[in-house]
Design a protein around this ligand. Structure first.
Ligand SMILES: NC(=O)c1ccc[n+]([C@@H]2O[C@H](COP(=O)([O-])OP(=O)(O)OC[C@H]3O[C@@H](n4cnc5c(N)ncnc54)[C@H](OP(=O)(O)O)[C@@H]3O)[C@@H](O)[C@H]2O)c1
Length: 290
């Protein structure tokens, strides 16, 4: 059997922390780094080697994962680690950073370190699926040199969909998230309308259940609304970031509903809902109606 690669996880937020935990459970040697060190400390008991800098974490690794908030942060960290990466290591970019930053990152590494294989690999699935290794990895790049990365994907997710040249996955990720964002806004508005007519979230779900409209995602978000618990699975701020990235990358393609949602969610973020789960747009709409 092929030896397990040494993995570095840069960014131990909701998603990166879950990836590191899954890798440790499956016996990988894992180096971790997070700007706020305390977020990785609970994993030290499970074997995480927590470093004080991204460079120190990345230097010994065969596969380096970036799971950071946005493109600027990711490109900045990539520029710092590029000189110290092991020869022929694999850099796996898993955050949702959009098309322009992904293309720039690929070019940046190709110029600085042509030996490095960059895999563009954003994921579909939120915090809970990540904690249960149930996310889907959307991978693109040179698969012929990605055996190490594929071992990592098998440990953190339920499957990998290869989509072509590096950069393709970040495009598909924006497609998927524009669908998710539309679904969330529509669910929030339908729930408000149901309430106006005197129906509960349970009444709504029971009508949907068993039919083609009963998306499991909608069930989870109706549950959050019913319990008024917006502990973030996916922060509203990051969902708004993704709406903006999709609009930015859309070119001539008109996305009028997404444009409206981005404007609305901007207001919700400004009203203080940004760090809550995106289902909190329901609570924001409700507050506005009262
Ligand atoms: N949560 C989801 O459902 C989900 C699903 C798929 C993809 N994603 C994407 O995955 C990425 C991470 O999401 P997440 O949910 O894990 O977010 P998160 O919990 O907010 O974590 C964000 C990470 O980025 C780091 N970071 C932010 N600004 C930084 C800076 N200026 N310098 C250094 N580090 C910085 C944070 O460090 P600190 O801890 O120090 O702040 C943290 O490690 C995002 O692109 C998100 O859109 C999220």
């Amino acid at each position: 059997m092929r030896q397990q690669p040494v993995v570095a996880v840069l960014g131990l937020g909701a998603m990166g922390h879950a990836f590191a935990a899954s890798l440790l459970k499956k016996g990988f040697r894992v180096q971790g780094w997070n700007r706020t060190r305390s977020k990785g400390e609970d994993l030290e008991a499970a074997g995480l080697q927590l470093s004080g800098s991204a460079e120190a974490a990345a230097a010994q690794a065969d596969v380096v994962i970036t799971m950071l908030a946005d493109g600027d942060t990711t490109r900045d960290v990539a520029a710092r680690i590029a000189p110290v990466l092991k020869q022929n290591a694999t850099l796996v970019q898993m955050g949702t950073i959009g098309v322009a930053a992904t293309d720039a990152l690929i070019a940046q590494i190709a110029a600085a370190r042509p030996d490095i294989n960059v895999i563009d690999a954003p994921v579909s699935g939120t915090k809970a699926p990540a904690e249960n290794a149930q996310i889907l990895v959307l991978a693109s790049g040179d698969r012929t040199r990605a055996e190490d990365a594929e071992q990592v994907f098998a440990a953190i997710g339920k499957g990998t969909q290869w989509l072509g040249e590096a950069g393709a996955s970040s495009r598909m990720k924006l497609v998927v998230n524009s669908w998710l964002i539309g679904l969330m806004q529509s669910l929030a508005e339908s729930t408000r309308l149901a309430e106006q007519f005197g129906f509960s979230t349970d009444d709504l779900w029971q009508v949907l259940e068993g039919g083609p409209l009963a998306a499991p995602y909608a069930k989870v978000k109706l549950g959050a609304i019913a319990s008024d618990d917006y502990t973030p699975q996916m922060q509203l701020t990051w969902a708004l970031k993704d709406a903006k990235l999709a609009l930015e990358a859309a070119g001539e393609t008109r996305l009028p509903a997404l444009e409206n949602i981005a404007q609305l969610w901007q207001q919700a973020v400004e009203a203080g809902y940004g760090e809550q789960d995106l289902a909190s747009v329901y609570a924001w709409l409700k507050r506005g109606d009262e």
